[in-house]
Design a protein around this ligand. Structure first.
Ligand code: DOR
Length: 442
């Protein structure tokens, strides 16, 4: 199928220009900046033309999420691969990494391959399941990694992670990091020091049993020390405190000399929501997320870190839970369908960040962390994974509108600015709100 976007604002990490873009055979075939060749308008046949002149719509590379929980296999009441993929496509994502805390745990290539090929058959997104750092996420055994080699992993696994918890035993974590280094894979690390303080608080019957900032800071320091020792590419997941930002900033300076690579991510909810929302939603129920929402000072530090490049990527930590589970205190928020709008509202509309920089954080940088060099930017012959957005559209987030099976979002009822209009995956339209658009031909 041929798809032609006429007179659209084209934005990626390095460009913000008006022009036209042609998609054919799953790739971007041509980009014309400013002037449009006369024969483009006439290109007939099976082409779909989308005339964006007179609009401020933006065509960007589709987003790449380094961190989502698909709950498949094991928790169909919360989410499935199908519902999560639909949620991702409607949020403008083309590539997603899904985490291993499923039932059974994703700790073997067989399961990872099955999930990946199911996603491929569905054709909405590319899925890269992580493998857990320890067998069955029990924190004891790394034998499942020792049995692998870089060749057999192939294109299936591009990241390892124990997300959802910390690996408490230093020896096990060190071994897992050595294995990751041997396999040439980055490790996304969830820093929470084993949740000990939260557990103690719970046992003591304290009302607010949350993961403290001290736990995140100590866990960040620990894994940075082990990364320097093992030479692994460490990626710190969902950074939320200003102290953790500072630790990462300092470690980044010395990381090349010490022979390890350090990247990190922040979530839309940690960038956009303060602890007041936790109090409104309920600290032990709907407002609970790990790491917890922090203070305005933390948000300020995260925004500064995003601006200065200390934070490399925005990742959703899409964590679906049923109403009943949330009422019982299950931590997490869904995020795939609101990520762009939440970040656009909090960062771009507030003039903290350009749309170009947001594109780098949501597309180019996460692609590079996964070593996917064919996507995340706009250029002839790049993958045609694209998202068309309306940056001026204001909308209210409504529970009924989610494609996800769950609706545990902190943004429900909030008015956001910026909306996904269309998502293209491998050159195919997989999400489309323009079917009645008068200037869409074909
Ligand atoms: O809030 C969270 N929920 N944080 C995590 O790291 C895991 C996630 C989940 O799996 O529910």
């Amino acid at each position: 199928m041929k798809l032609i976007f006429h007179q659209v604002r084209l934005v990626d990490h390095s460009m913000d220009r008006r022009g036209s873009l042609v998609v054919e055979d799953g790739h971007i075939r041509e980009i014309h900046i400013d002037e449009v060749p006369a024969d483009l308008a006439k290109a007939g046949g099976a082409a779909i033309h989308i005339d964006c002149s007179g609009t401020d719509w933006v065509l960007m590379p589709a987003f790449v999420d380094l961190h989502a929980h698909f709950r498949d296999p094991g928790f169909p009441e919360k989410e499935s691969l199908e519902s999560a993929s639909l949620a991702a496509a409607s949020g403008g994502f083309g590539t997603v990494v899904c985490m291993a805390n499923t039932k059974p745990v994703i700790d073997n290539l067989d399961l990872a391959r099955k999930l990946q090929s199911r996603a491929e058959r569905l054709g909405l997104i590319d899925l890269f399941p992580v493998l857990a750092l320890s067998r069955n996420m029990e924190g004891h055994d790394t034998g499942h990694l020792e049995a692998l080699d870089a060749k057999t992993i192939g294109g299936t696994v591009r990241l390892l992670s124990e997300d959802g918890k910390d690996v408490a035993d230093d020896r096990v974590l060190r071994k897992a990091l050595h294995e990751a280094r041997r396999l040439g894979l980055p490790v996304s690390y969830h820093c929470d020091w084993g949740g000990k303080e939260a557990e103690d608080a719970k046992k003591a019957g304290l009302p607010r049993c949350i993961w403290s900032r001290l736990e995140e800071n100590l866990a960040t320091e620990r894994v940075l020390a082990l990364a320097a020792e093992t030479g692994v590419h460490i990626h710190i997941a969902h950074v939320s405190t200003k102290e953790a930002v500072e630790l990462i900033r300092r470690a980044r300076k010395g990381s090349a000399a010490q022979g390890f690579r350090l990247t990190c991510e922040a979530t839309p909810h940690h960038l956009a929501c303060t602890e007041e929302i936790v109090d409104q939603l309920g600290p032990e129920s709907y407002g609970r997320v790990n790491p917890p929402l922090r203070t305005a000072a933390d948000i300020g530090a995260l925004i500064e870190a995003v601006q200065s490049g200390i934070i490399d990527a925005i990742a959703t930590d899409h964590a679906p839970h049923t109403e009943a589970d949330k009422a019982q205190g299950a931590p997490g928020f869904i995020g795939l369908e609101t990520a762009f709008a939440a970040c656009h509202t909090a960062l771009v509309a507030e003039r903290h960040l350009s749309l170009k920089k947001l594109s780098a954080l949501m597309s180019r940088n996460p692609s590079r962390i996964l070593r996917l060099e064919d996507r995340g930017f706009l250029a002839p012959w790049a993958r045609a994974d694209l998202v068309l957005v309306d940056p001026s559209a204001e909308w209210t987030v409504q529970k009924e509108d989610f494609k996800s099976r769950s609706s545990n979002s902190p943004f429900i009822g909030q008015r956001l600015q910026g909306r996904v209009l269309m998502t293209i995956h491998r050159g195919n339209i997989v999400y489309d709100t323009l079917t009645n658009y008068p200037r869409r031909i074909g």
